[in-house]
Design a protein around this ligand. Structure first.
Ligand SMILES: [Cu+2]
Length: 315
């Protein structure tokens, strides 16, 4: 074959395109190797971002075809070899200039319209008027995340899973060890668990330096800044596991503070929450017994069954 490299590259490109497109239909959240397009995500915000992106992509494709088509046509049709002569008298055309100013304005306005509607859907009136069903406070630390379920008394730290941490720090770990550990650097010891189909408010801050909480499948990213509370909301329809990372360079282990969000069906979430609360509640043995009355009660009376309680105050 005359151009083996070119055909090879073309077949690689074709398979990339196919895998990229196939991916878009099957898996809404996890990127795949050689994926070309965005992930559609699992929230309305993510779906809007995807739609806005696709609108712009197709507008660009049409413009590209027209511009490069016109160029190719002009280059071939009016080539020197065919005896074409430049028009030396031509300086400008007001009509053409008007056309190529007005058409881009229309394209810009036409694409800004849907894009603005989508931004308002995430950050506009609904941000403040729709009722949140629960609130989670996220705090960034060097180099881990803390999740507090506001009003529930559930509060924990989520950090890089131990196995990944060992592999990354050990000089002895080989490429094959790393390849054998699925989700290397993408798993945490304790994921954030949230219910599906529930409007959740996130309040996001940090304790040391600026971090940024980002799970692409949710369709938004929010900075975690010490002394400032940012917020965002989400509502995930599909249960599943969604992964993210800290998206603000925050120190030497910035690359090692992943985020894992586990979305459970509502009933399963309630069971999980009850389990967490039970674990968080102090054990009954530790709890002090109800103190005796403040009056000087003889110790015998306090420990004795309440047969003669009236005797104590009388004494
Ligand atoms: Cu960080």
């Amino acid at each position: 074959m005359k151009f083996p490299r070119t055909t090879q590259a073309a077949s690689v490109l074709a398979s990339m395109l196919v895998s990229g497109l196939a991916f878009a239909q099957n898996e809404p959240s996890e990127p795949v190797r050689w994926q070309l397009n965005m992930t559609p995500g699992v929230t309305s915000t993510a779906a809007n971002a995807y739609t806005a992106h696709m609108i712009m992509l197709w507008i660009c494709v049409v413009i590209g075809i027209i511009v490069f088509g016109a160029m190719a046509y002009a280059i071939i049709k009016f080539r020197h070899a065919k005896g074409a002569k430049p028009d030396t008298d031509f300086t400008h055309s007001t009509k053409l200039e008007l056309i190529w100013t007005i058409i881009p304005i229309l394209i810009l306005v036409g694409s800004a319209w849907p894009a603005t509607k989508m931004v308002i859907a995430q950050y506009g009136a609904s941000q403040n008027t729709e009722k949140d069903e629960m609130v989670i406070k996220v705090t960034g630390y060097q180099w881990m995340w803390r999740y507090e379920y506001v009003g529930e008394g559930v509060d924990f730290i989520s950090r890089l899973d131990r196995k990944s941490d060992e592999l990354r720090q050990s000089a002895a770990s080989s490429q094959s060890d790393i390849a054998a550990h699925r989700s290397y650097l993408r798993d945490v010891d304790k994921p954030l668990v949230i219910p599906a189909d529930t409007r959740i408010r996130f309040v996001i801050t940090a304790d040391d330096v600026i971090h940024s909480w980002w799970v692409p499948a949710l369709g938004w990213k929010q900075d975690a800044i010490p002394g400032i509370i940012n917020d965002a909301w989400t509502k995930v329809a599909t249960p599943g596991t969604y992964r993210g990372v800290c998206a603000e360079l925050c120190g030497k282990d910035h690359g090692f503070m992943p985020i894992v969000v586990k979305v459970l069906p509502k009933a399963e979430y309630q069971a999980w929450l009850a389990e967490q609360k039970a674990a968080a509640a102090p054990a009954p043995a530790v709890e002090p017994a109800p103190a005796p009355a403040a009056t000087e009660v003889p110790t015998e009376a306090a420990t004795a069954p309440a047969a003669e309680p009236a005797a104590a105050p009388a004494a």
